[in-house]
Design a binder for this molecule. Structure first.
Ligand code: AMP
Ligand code: MG
Length: 266
């Protein structure tokens, strides 16, 4: 089975056509070998982005519980220095956040020019958990696809490069990862009884993910459907996609701000 990383724009996505255990023709050894070079390249590109100051980069990570959002951040961004990179985590909204429009808290954390921000969960929760748990009526979450598209179009017009990754895992893989959280004392802190309740909503989440991928996948802010049952494949795919996108930007170190000829530092 071969499958595109980016679903065709403007078409309905059926997640059953995407195998979460897909690894293409890449072996685990090859991916593991390649990752350090990709991480180093990502760091170089980030450094140039910081100096260049023309673009900002927004990376969006979504996926069901245990899909590997935290693990991706730890692995892919391991070598990216803290100077121009940060992570924004989005949990249950606070009262203040709820009192604003739904995009407010996300807009506040978007990157400035030269910076790289990773959204660990994102504005898409407004059409995911809020839809599945019935926190807002259907007319509200349905209207949000257009509102999200308008938001991202606006950001892209302001030179924010948007890269969205949906971490796609299988139901069996989630069972194993949740069980590991129960069995491994180092992972107990990650486990909530509510996670089991959420697992019962598996099918509704898959539908909500498919709708998100179908309605909000323009060329300037594409979704990548990342097969994520194998962590080594997930990390290599995401690192490669980021490197490719950043390389295509033609980033460069700016020339001197002032005249340098003949200056001798004593
Ligand atoms: P974690 O990612 O494990 O730190 O958990 C964050 C929790 O916040 C998850 O259970 C999400 O479902 C929840 N969450 C994130 N965004 C929203 C939102 N907009 N409304 C309600 N719950 C949310
Ligand atoms: Mg959690």
């Amino acid at each position: 089975m071969s499958q595109p990383l980016i679903p065709p724009h403007g078409r309905h996505v059926d997640l059953r056509e995407y195998d979460p255990a897909f690894t293409g023709h890449v072996s685990k050894e090859q991916a593991r070998e390649r990752l350090p070079a990709l991480r180093a390249r990502l760091n170089e590109l980030q450094d140039t982005l910081y100096a260049d100051r023309r673009f900002a980069v927004l990376v969006v990570l979504q996926g069901i519980d245990t899909a590997g959002k935290d693990g991706t951040i730890k692995s892919v961004f391991q070598d990216v220095g803290p100077l121009g990179c940060s992570v924004a985590n989005f949990g249950v909204p606070t009262d203040v956040e709820l009192a604003h429009d739904f995009l407010w808290r996300y807009h506040r954390d978007t990157p400035e020019k030269g910076k790289f921000v990773v959204f660990n969960r994102s504005h898409y929760e407004a059409v995911l958990v809020e839809r599945v748990k019935g926190l807002v009526p259907e007319t509200t979450w349905r209207a949000r696809y257009d509102q999200i598209n308008a938001f991202e179009r606006f950001l892209a017009g302001e030179n924010v490069v948007i890269m969205k990754f949906f971490l796609h895992i299988s139901r069996d893989e989630q069972r194993e990862r949740l069980q590991e959280r129960v069995d491994n004392p180092k992972k107990h802190w990650k486990f909530r009884h509510g996670d089991l309740e959420e697992r019962r909503n598996w099918d509704q989440y898959q539908l909500a993910f498919a709708d998100m991928l179908s309605h909000c996948n323009p060329a300037h802010a594409p979704w990548h459907v990342v097969p994520a049952d194998h962590k080594w494949y997930r990390d290599a795919v995401i690192a490669q996609a980021l490197v490719d996108r950043l390389e295509a930007l033609g980033l460069r170190y700016p020339g001197p701000f002032e005249h340098l000829a003949g200056i001798r530092v004593e």
